[in-house]
Design a binder for this molecule. Structure first.
Ligand code: ZN
Length: 278
């Protein structure tokens, strides 16, 4: 139906208002009437669903039987003290949830969907073209960041700024498991991932995909830094677990033939201790 398409489109537009590299937008509607909207970060560290639900509650809007459109599958597992959005959505009495894209992390994938289904919520997918737009909004490689969030996400940043620091956290909530990665110049085809001391970083030698790394503790952590070539994976560990970082692209510094734009593009996957989100 046309209004479903309009609401899904509006959710993508909401997502694009989010700051950061994991942008999410939500629309709550009853038939053709929009009841509430929200995007990630609109209110401090709240998820888009939390924002839209809170705004509706403040206006005393009854959401029983309403439909929620979200560009990203609602979160389901409590990695932190936050109540998962899938739970909030089902508790609000939402009857149908339309999903734009699914969390790519196998530890998360379809858990929100499953939770909602088990609560009797009907699940729909966005139309194919809007799924692509929702996905592109979620993983945005065009901005420059010093922080990244998510269990499985990516970012592009200037490694000559901020001491090459790039902090990866599984969630924007304070106290979430985080890894402060540091990157430095190595050449046109490789970059150093620094730990500052032995025992912190390792190169996943010969591995090109995260799935090839079974137990990241089995890697060699003797060096103080790892030289990671494009297409290869460096790993940083701490008490919370590991972050696996694949170097996707490098814009080298001028002395290595660069054009003046300096960046490294990485994708990462977090492995928390015990293999399960804490
Ligand atoms: Zn959430």
């Amino acid at each position: 139906m046309d209004f479903e398409r309009a609401h899904a489109t509006l959710a993508v537009e909401e997502a694009l208002k989010s700051q950061g590299n994991a942008r999410v937008g939500v629309v709550i509607a009853r038939r053709d009437t929009v009841l509430s909207t929200g995007h990630k970060g609109e209110r401090s560290a709240l998820h888009a669903e939390q924002v839209a639900l809170a705004k509706a509650e403040e206006q005393c809007i009854d959401l029983k039987g309403a439909e929620l459109y979200t560009t990203l599958e609602p979160c389901a597992n409590s990695r932190t003290s936050r109540v998962p959005c899938a739970e909030l959505v089902s508790q609000a009495g939402i009857a149908v949830v339309h999903i734009g894209t699914y969390d790519p992390n196998p530890q998360v994938y379809r858990l929100g969907w499953k939770h909602l289904r088990d609560c009797g919520v009907r699940l729909r997918d966005f139309p194919a073209d809007l799924r692509t737009r929702a996905h592109d909004a979620t993983v945005d490689f065009t901005q420059v960041f010093t922080k990244g969030f998510g269990m499985n996400a990516g970012a592009k940043f200037d490694f000559t700024q901020n001491g090459g620091r790039f902090t990866i956290s599984i969630d924007e909530e304070p106290g979430s498991p985080s890894w402060e990665t540091r990157w430095s110049n190595c050449g046109a085809r490789a970059i150093y991932m620094n730990g500052g001391r032995p025992g912190v970083v390792a190169l996943a030698r010969y591995a090109n995909e995260f799935i090839e790394i079974d137990d990241p503790d089995a890697l060699d952590y003797e060096g103080t830094s790892a030289r990671v070539e494009i297409g290869s994976i460096g790993v940083m560990r701490n008490d919370d677990g590991h972050v696996l970082c694949k170097v996707v692209a490098i814009e080298p510094t001028v002395d290595y033939g660069g054009t003046g734009h300096v960046s490294v593009t990485i994708k990462w996957e977090v492995r928390t201790r015990g293999g399960q989100p804490a």
